[in-house]
Design a protein around this ligand. Structure first.
Ligand code: DP6
Length: 312
């Protein structure tokens, strides 16, 4: 029995769309921060047949079963019982598949003696869910050309940012990222310009992180997020992940900023808003988000470790 721990990550420059080749490669270069506080713990052990339980409930997770089939194309792996627990809402735009696949490959690697190093685990995690490639690493993590190998760009110590997650709806999202991306690609008139424009956003963000330029990072990340949501909203049928509280949180972040607080927001394929700020502003940003009607709770995160074994 082997247990691995991984944390979700939040993309500041987003992955939305896939390349036209096998291996689940993003179409857009992306950069994220790995979060602390939100935790996925995955335990694997031998079983008679493959079985997956998520937060104590048995589930039929096609993505996990597909991932196991892929792995078995390269390694001999006996049937497994996979037991996963998230301490945060699952499948609701909080990157549970990122931490999920990062923890899963880390647990299977240690349990089965696959001999994968961190880079190889990340490449496998990408095939489960591309954002998971980033959760194998800590700090600021890039997944970008030329090799699309995730790697730590800067450590948490370099620039320890904080993320406050405003949870506006705990339920799982109606359209998952994989389906949503395919829909955007085939129907949104903004898809191609989106893919083209991401390279510039990525370059700006990498530079902002290197120089700890909060204003540039915030401006670039927020705009990149809104571009992605423009693609989502102009897909057919529209991928409308926001609710009134999501919009309320965005407005509060803008008001805080107008009043001099360094903060910006980002939103993934779900209605939760993530506000990013520096340590001395956490209390103020948290209180402001909690006061938005429809916010159910907030989660305060620092920067987390990459996926690792927590017990053998
Ligand atoms: C909006 O990694 O969940 O969170 O590779 O199809 O599993 P698949 O997609 P996934 O997509 C994440 C999309 C996003 C942006 C991001 O995390 O970069």
């Amino acid at each position: 029995m082997t247990t691995a721990t991984a944390h979700p990550n939040i993309a500041l420059i987003k992955y939305w769309g896939k390349q036209d080749r096998p291996g689940n490669y993003p179409a857009t270069p992306n950069v994220s921060i790995t979060l602390s506080g939100l935790v996925t713990q995955t335990t694997v052990q031998e079983a008679d047949r493959d079985q997956v339980t998520l937060n104590g409930q048995q589930v039929e997770e096609d993505k996990i079963l597909h991932f196991l089939r892929l792995l078995r194309g390269s390694f001999q792996i006996s049937p497994l019982h996979i037991d996963t627990h998230n301490n945060f809402p699952t499948g609701a735009g909080l990157a549970s598949s990122a931490s999920g696949f990062a923890a899963l490959i880390t647990a299977i690697n240690a349990h089965g003696g696959l001999g994968l190093d961190q880079q190889m685990r990340s490449a496998w995690a990408r095939q489960g869910s591309a954002s998971a490639a980033r959760s194998v690493f800590s700090g600021f993590v890039t997944l970008a050309p030329p090799d699309w190998q995730a790697t730590t760009l800067a450590t948490a110590e370099h620039w320890p940012l904080n993320t406050i997650v405003a949870v506006t709806n705990e339920r799982a999202k109606s359209v998952n990222s994989t389906t949503g991306m395919a829909r955007s690609r085939s129907t949104s008139p903004f898809y191609d310009p989106w893919v083209k424009s991401c390279q510039e956003d990525y370059t700006l963000a990498v530079d902002a992180i290197a120089r700890q330029d909060f204003e540039l990072l915030g401006e670039t990340a927020e705009r990149n997020c809104l571009k992605m949501h423009s693609v989502m909203l102009t897909s057919l049928p529209a991928l409308a992940y926001w609710n009134p509280a999501t919009v309320g949180c965005m407005q509060v972040v803008r008001e805080l900023r107008a009043a001099g607080t360094g903060v910006f927001f980002t939103i993934d394929a779900g209605p939760q808003v993530k506000a990013i700020c520096q340590a001395n502003d956490v209390e103020r940003v948290n209180a402001a988000l909690q006061s938005v009607p429809g916010v159910q709770r907030t989660l305060i995160c620092g920067m987390g470790n990459g996926a690792h074994i927590s017990s053998l």
